[in-house]
Design a protein around this ligand. Structure first.
Ligand code: FRU
Length: 483
């Protein structure tokens, strides 16, 4: 490790220590989600199960609650629900990454864990350089930087980043988020036989390609994998206009289903579908675990979307990662299901009800002011309308006559109610995970998902209230508490 790297790590650790008390005093500190120890967290990186242990890294700015020269923070876990904070994995110490060890991924090769990430370089005059870099670990804790392995190919601006690597047969492939010279968003595909020498095969998707019209000026954090026979391309495009209920956040994250032709480096695909319909979700990354599950984690935040207004900033931290979700493919739909291991952190069961009749008068259920809850509700087919309100801060509503489901929350900017919605024909099932300042809602087995940060008032009644017309077949609520 170079002296510069040691110095940066020392400074970051000092920052953690110095602010620990203040950060941990924040009532909005989450109970069972991954957060930065201080400063700003953004994308999940390097998600992998390696020698049985899950590793999840994150983009981290230790020194302020804004963006800048990012580090890679590191968590590990045996079960995806209880996590250990590991030493810092990467610090932006070398010339090829001096303005940030940006997002990337991990693979296993010859028993080693190999990271690919973007070395971000930005000069005083604003000129950018980008290098796709490699770092190798034998113990899963310390990483030996090998420097750049991919230079910027022709045809792109320096907005070329976030390598995601996988193996197919005996070859390695990499997708990179990119902007082509005509200033439109693309995904580039590269190939290698040895992980060191990479050949650029071309752009496989993007604005103006494969039947897409104008589709943004930059695509970030691509991921490409097979799920039950279909190839899925995930990307986070920037520059889409809001379109009815769609694309309501400043930047989007979604997927295309298609077929990747490895020989010709082409990807035919269908429409772009948003992965999450809530307020805070971006730059997700997946991995295939040893059980053969395709797992996904996202950033519970969106760049430049009121980041400076988050209430946690006064305690010197911001943002978190989503819970891990298992991806499934059923009847032409991508489903997102919270991983089954989450049942391990259930504590007391607070509510168990069956055949609960909904009415306009409302039913109030005591949740003992709990801040961390899992709830699961199944509905009889006749549910015409439904509303669930939690801690006076968030409302989940369904209206069968309009076929619309909405998540409403009290804005942390204005204090007014604001909403995100999607089309939903039938509400058959609802699962939700609430934490001290977040909620993730999964509808009908993960057909639609809403993720949002919520900031309940300290004096809000600890109540869950249900209104509507129809019957809740079964309802269960548990308190959650990791050990
Ligand atoms: C996405 C992103 C990536 C980049 C990283 C920098 O949120 O902008 O494209 O690698 O964040 O932190």
């Amino acid at each position: 490790m170079t002296e510069r790297e040691q110095e940066l790590i020392r400074l970051a650790e000092e920052e953690v220590e110095k602010n620990k008390e203040d950060v941990e005093r924040d009532p909005y500190r989450l109970r069972y989600h991954l957060m930065p120890p201080v400063g700003l967290l953004n994308d999940p990186n390097g998600f992998i199960q390696w020698n049985g242990t899950y590793h999840l890294f994150y983009q981290w700015m230790p020194f302020k609650t804004g963006h800048g020269a990012k580090f890679w923070g590191h968590y590990s876990s045996k079960n995806l629900v209880t996590w250990k904070h590991e030493p810092i994995a990467l610090a932006p110490s070398e010339w090829f990454e001096k303005n940030g060890c940006y997002s990337g991924s991990a693979v296993e090769h010859d028993g080693k864990m190999i990271l690919f990430y973007t070395g971000n370089v930005k000069d005083a005059d604003g000129t950018r350089e980008t290098y796709q870099c490699m770092a190798v670990s034998e113990d899963g804790v310390t990483f030996d930087k090998k420097g750049p392995v991919v230079e910027l190919p022709e045809g792109y601006t320096a907005h070329f980043r976030d390598p995601k690597v996988w193996k197919k047969g005996s070859d390695w492939y990499m997708v990179v988020g990119a902007q082509s010279d005509d200033l439109t968003g693309k995904v580039a595909l590269l190939k290698s036989a040895d992980l060191v020498k990479w050949e650029h095969l071309g752009a496989i998707a993007g604005s103006g390609m494969n039947g897409l019209g104008d589709f943004g000026y930059m695509w970030e954090c691509p991921d490409l994998f097979k799920l039950d026979g279909a190839d899925v391309l995930i990307a986070s495009p920037q520059g889409l206009e809001a379109d009815g209920m769609k694309y309501q956040n400043i930047y989007q994250a979604g997927y295309f289903i298609g077929k990747l032709d490895y020989e010709n480096a082409t990807f035919e695909h269908g429409d772009f579908v948003e992965l999450d319909r809530g307020f805070e979700f971006y730059a997700p990354q997946t991995t295939l675990d040893e059980k053969g599950r395709r797992l996904m984690v996202g950033w519970m935040g969106v760049p430049e979307q009121d980041e400076d207004k988050h209430p946690t900033i006064k305690h010197r931290w911001i943002h978190a990662l989503t819970l891990p979700r298992e991806l499934k493919w059923a009847d032409g739909k991508l489903l997102q299901v919270p991983v089954e291991e989450l049942a391990l952190i259930r504590k007391d069961q607070l509510i168990e009800k069956s055949d609960l009749q909904l009415s306009d008068d409302g039913v109030g259920l005591d949740i003992r002011k709990s801040k961390a809850l899992e709830m699961s509700l199944s509905f009889e087919k006749d549910v015409a309308s439904f509303e669930l309100e939690l801690s006076e801060t968030v409302q989940l509503t369904f209206d069968a006559s309009e076929s619309v489901f909405s998540l409403r929350r009290k804005s942390f900017v204005t204090g007014e109610w604001e909403s995100r919605s999607c089309r939903l024909q039938v509400l058959a099932e609802l699962r939700a995970y609430m934490d001290s300042s977040s909620i993730e809602v999964f509808l009908n087995g993960g057909e639609e998902v809403f993720t949002a940060r919520i900031f309940p008032d300290a004096n809000a009644a600890g109540m869950l209230t249900l209104f509507g017309e129809g019957t809740v077949g079964e309802m269960k609520v548990w308190e959650i508490e990791p050990e």
